[in-house]
Design a protein around this ligand. Sequence first.
Ligand SMILES: Nc1nc2c(ncn2[C@@H]2O[C@H](COP(=O)(O)OP(=O)(O)OP(=O)(O)O)[C@@H](O)[C@H]2O)c(=O)[nH]1
Ligand SMILES: [Mg+2]
Length: 691
Amino acid sequence: MNEKVISATRNVAIVGPYLSGKTTLLESLLFVTGAISRKGNVKDGNTVGDAPTEARDRKMTVEVTAASTDYQGIHFTFVDCPGSIEFAQETYNALIGVDAAVVVCEPVRDRVLTLAPLFKFLDDWEIPHLVFINKMDRFSCTDDACGLSYREVLDALKAVSSRPLVPHQYPIGKGEQLIGFIDLVSEQAYHYHAGAPADPVPLPESLREQEQTARLEMLEALADFDDHLLEELLEEVEPPQEEIVQDLKMELGADLIVPVFLGVAEQDYGVRPLIDGLLREAPAPETTRQRRGINGKAEKTIAQVLKTNYTLQGGKLSLVRVWQGKLTDGIILNGVRAGGLYRLFGQQQQSISEASAGEIVAVGRLEGISTSETLTTEAGQSTIKLPKAQPAVPVYALAIAPQNRKDEVKLSAALTKLQEEDPSLAWEQHGDTHEIILWGQGEIHLQVSLDRLRRKYNLPMTTGLPRVPYKETIRKSTSSHGRYKHQSGGHGQFGDVYLDIKPLSRGEGFNFSQSIVGGVVPKQYIPGVEMGVREYLGHGPLGFPVVDVAVTLTNGSYHTVDSSEQAFKQAARLAMTEGMANCEPTLLEPIMAIQVCAPKEFTSKVLQLVTGRRGQILGYEARSDWPSWDGVSGYLPQAEMHNFIVELRSLTLGVGFFNWQYDHLQEVPGKLTEGVLASMSQSNGNGNGHG
Ligand SMILES: Nc1nc2c(ncn2[C@@H]2O[C@H](COP(=O)(O)OP(=O)(O)OP(=O)(O)O)[C@@H](O)[C@H]2O)c(=O)[nH]1
Ligand SMILES: [Mg+2]
């Protein structure tokens, strides 16, 4: 019984570069399989895939949506994924739970190049995938050049895929238009037919030769993994169609090949052949489970969260892949009782009482459980942890503050929920600048997050550029004297200190010592001196925390009645204020160590980008794990990092990315210091944001 359900389900992700037509393809798939009777479109904001408000507002997918449809006895669950690199984490988290992926791409060379990171993810995770070349109506093809241009797209695809590309279809053009295709398995030609399945037509004689070449290419690729087929090819025996289909299925299921389909999603052209291909060739959940090393025999349930969503009403909904066993409403997963079990159709939910292994469904109220977590019915701490996609390094930041100060209390709870939904988001309250910094993957990503704060949590925010946490230090040594004497009413206040102030090497921090002889400053007052020095250093002469300084208490005097720790603290502050001004205060800026990755052809642009932003290149080399990509390492001032990712993407067709970590502090070049100080005093009149 269980087996039957498993083999009758297919979970397919729809992925690919932004705007390639994924949501349109989902709409068409749902239409041709009869799940919807009227198609919406992205421009009108009425598609199943882009139903969330944030997606409709932008006419782009910003989160994963799932929709199921039944076709020829198979229950398909399609997962429409965002294409924008800024939402890649969302896509990667969901891809882990599917049986196959359809990579939708446009027939444009530059757009094909942007597939490299996605292909790499699919290859690393061994997720069977096929390509759907969409928008073939925009394809500049004339009768004779159609196949030629198609070939160029295939070649471009081959250049970015580590798996062999296998043409499954061949285009038929007429005039400037694509009018049909040849199925390379059956060698049957078809003409597209608006609103209906394609019409079988005789194979055009003019295409016979190209068709034969493409077909042989397909067969040879398949024969690389099938000796029997290889023999047949060598002996020029025509292989039976069932054998070809069987090979396509086996080799796709094992992620050995990437079959290529084509069409026009907007007009449903090529969409039925695509779903027929999936029906015949996409692996069953069983195959995926085995590949993930889950034995499927045990009694207990194993599932994994692919996405987390808080609804407008505050309810929590987790999109879950059932790997083993089954889910029922009220089941206890990781110690939490599920409150509701649903099949999804975009934003619509259909209650169900049970979901079997292999299905992707939504589970309500899994409080405290985050995206990618493994769920089991085991009591206590789960012993099984399925691998999850690496969280993306946050690369773009904004300083945010609630428009209404009263909302500050609500903010951290809301940000925590937002991060539960989206692990590529991070936030912190900065220790130096006291700003709340929201970190993410780019401008749109953060705007979407801010929209959610406003819409779901009623938290409208203001945003600004994050301040750079500058520090300062000194270049020169000095000796300084501070005497604090105060008489008011009762007994007075008296403290008197001599301090030596000296610069330390970069990174040494702060050091306090004393060389008092003969108790001229009694022991019990010395902590007061250190406290005064430390307090002063929190806000140096330029307005920033002071680092890399040594202060020694060398001499002083006291009064038996009027002296106190407090008075010595004040004396130390006076000595510091006077002394530090003579030490050539210098501004320091944080420097990040960065590793930039991009296709080789962009390396010189990357080098220019880094040096053009006062960065320093340490070196670059070919990435062993990314064919044809270089890794550039260097240093970049944090002040130059704000929209570094934005420019990096615009120079690299959107695919360049970088990692960074704080490395060291460095003197700000003299000519820039003035500008920094001027803009700081302008923005808050008080240097470092304490105002
Ligand atoms: N000419 C043409 N346009 C298409 C086709 N498919 C989609 N489009 C258009 O391409 C644009 C993007 O389509 P979407 O379906 O939103 O693309 P997407 O890949 O889902 O985009 P993201 O999810 O934001 O990455 C829309 O304006 C569609 O109408 C097609 O086959 N031909
Ligand atoms: Mg989309």
